[in-house]
Design a protein around this ligand. Structure first.
Ligand code: NAD
Length: 308
């Protein structure tokens, strides 16, 4: 298939690009390289350095005429969205709208949107949290992804595109940026390997659902063939506290220092883990990577510093 991905130079997008190229698809990556890295894009993919807000995006998408589009480009940090909500909204809302209009003009058949399950539902009143839970984001980031989803539904309905929305839990794995503000696994692991102090925000009893990047890629690949439109949580259904995560990473890295503590951050959810039974049923998807194995692979990649 001819496939176009936005955000394909980033953490999750570059793994998805690898998998799509390996499966024999013709892949175009659109990425402005704001957080993504050129060297993460495999040689078999065609990289176009472009902002998704660029009016020329329509010309590009029409020219490439992809059968399917995966939309991963985003401003993807809760804490930065609290500081700069306008920038977050520009990229995640207006950028998504610009891309959707380009896809409608190009007659794209299927649109797969990377959304969030961790920041969309707010503080869930049922756990594990399923897709029917009310959407009550606590952060501008969560609000912008919710809005992105609404535009996906609206423009897909207008133009007859199939739309698959994947709501990820906390994704972790090799290539996640340890210098960024999101991605607690990469941040902790890199600091531990360097023997530097590690800061836990709050008491560390906040719980998250950590899903390995290869499993997220698998959900995307299955979405290419999924029968119709759908909205799916992509998570493990298991809550892990930040303190437990700290302990696992300390074991994997041989870190002996105690964590430091700082006040909780605004916009962060206290406890969330996702019910992914709809993805099991309809995409035949299940997470396959146990946390210890995923942590081991992540630590190993940071140790060697290899991009691929
Ligand atoms: P990332 O920052 O590594 O990747 C985002 C990519 O988008 C980067 O390569 C960046 O350069 C590119 N980008 C940003 N703004 C752009 C713009 N205006 N135009 C073109 N390209 C732009 O982040 P990630 O963790 O790989 O996240 C990928 C997607 O998954 C995002 O949509 C994010 O909201 C979603 N998501 C991630 C997680 C997670 O835990 N990492 C959880 C839920 C949802």
């Amino acid at each position: 298939m001819r496939v176009l991905l936005t955000g394909g130079a980033g953490f999750i997008g570059s793994h998805l690009t690898d998998a799509l190229v390996a499966a024999g698809h013709a892949v175009t990556v659109v990425d402005d390289l704001s957080t993504g890295r050129r060297e993460q894009v495999p040689p078999g993919a065609h990289l176009v350095a472009m902002d998704i807000l660029d009016p020329a995006l329509t010309v590009l998408v029409v020219e490439q005429a992809p059968e399917a589009v995966f939309h991963l480009a985003a401003h993807a940090s809760v804490s930065e969205s609290v500081r700069e909500p306008e920038h977050d909204a520009r990229v995640n809302v207006l950028g998504t709208l610009n891309l959707l209009r380009a896809c409608a003009a190009a007659g794209v058949g299927r649109f797969v949107f990377s959304s969030t399950g961790g920041a969309l539902y707010g503080e869930p009143h049922t756990l594990p949290c399923d897709e029917r839970h009310p959407i009550r984001p606590l952060s501008p980031y969560g609000a912008s992804k919710a809005s992105g989803e609404a535009y996906v539904h609206a423009l897909a309905a207008q133009s007859g595109m199939d739309a698959v929305i994947l709501r990820y839990a906390n994704v972790y794995g090799p290539r996640q940026d340890p210098a960024g503000e999101a991605g607690v696994v990469a941040i902790f692991a890199a600091r531990m390997l360097a023997g530097e102090p590690v800061t836990i925000f709050g008491d560390g009893e906040q719980q998250r659902d950590f899903v390995y990047v290869a499993d997220v890629v698998d959900a995307n690949l299955r979405s290419l063939e999924a029968g119709e439109s759908g909205v799916y949580n992509v998570g493990t259904g298991v809550g892990t506290s930040v303190n437990e995560l700290f302990a696992s990473l300390a074991r994997a890295t041989g870190y002996a220092l105690d964590p430091r503590h700082a006040p909780s951050r605004s916009g962060d959810v206290q406890r969330v883990w996702l019910d992914a039974s709809a993805a099991h049923r309809e995409l035949d998807w299940a997470p396959r990577t146990p946390l210890e194995a995923g942590i081991g692979a992540t630590v190993e990649s940071l140790r060697t510093g290899r991009v691929r």
